[in-house]
Design a protein around this ligand. Structure first.
Ligand code: GAR
Length: 196
């Protein structure tokens, strides 16, 4: 039986599209839900175009983070996912939420973790004088961007690079890495994926 995958997004959803497209006939998983905390996320329409059910749980409609997470939890329970992929989902999840789905949540982060957890990763890689930059897929644990690494891809940092240049060059690597890591994870194989 195929594993059921829910994908959580906040924005354009290019990683979500890469994940959804990768889950073809012979794949061990299938997308069952694309959920956004942002009603204006461009990825929602892309998911609908791909025929994937969508949901919105808008954090601004809740007074507290626990209330938001209760709403998120309920929407996820209704989709009964085996795996939850955070794909540009820009809300921090509490320890309680993560523990409810322990071992089932994956995230893609635009840095070579454990370097540069959190925001502004491209600028921080430049500021640190890095010769390489990259992205990581990891299991989500209560500590931000710190769970076991499932795969990483690297790109060179060129002398004239701006943060935008790095983001643009990294995104296609994210689109290769995340589907490859998900496919392995869904098959029960937690050996690391690397690119190139
Ligand atoms: C991606 O670059 C992803 O790595 C990053 O947000 C972007 C989402 O783009 N995620 C984070 O920064 C998580 N902390 P997308 O919506 O086109 O997939």
């Amino acid at each position: 039986m195929k594993k059921r995958v829910a994908i959580l997004i906040s924005g354009g959803g290019s990683n979500m599209v890469a994940l959804a497209r990768s889950m073809g006939k012979d794949h061990p998983a299938k997308p069952v839900l694309v959920l956004s905390n942002n009603a204006n996320a461009g990825g929602l329409q892309k998911a609908a175009d791909l025929g994937i059910p969508t949901a919105i749980v808008d954090h601004r409609q809740f007074d507290t983070r626990p209330d938001f997470e209760t709403g998120l939890h309920k929407a996820l329970l209704a989709a009964d996912p085996d795996i939850i992929c955070l794909a540009g989902f820009m809300r921090i999840l509490s320890a309680g939420f993560v523990e409810n789905w322990a071992g089932k949540i994956l995230n893609i982060h635009p840095s070579i973790l454990p370097l540069f957890p959190g925001l502004h990763t491209h600028q921080r890689a430049l500021d640190a004088g890095m010769a390489v930059h990259g992205c990581s897929v990891h299991l989500v644990t209560p500590e931000l961007d710190a769970g076991p690494i499932l795969g990483q891809a690297v790109i060179p940092v060129l002398s004239a690079d701006t943060p935008d240049d790095l983001a643009k060059r990294l995104l296609p690597m994210e689109h290769q890495l995340y589907p490859a890591a998900l496919k392995k994870f869904a098959s029960g194989d937690q050996t690391k994926v690397t690119f190139p």
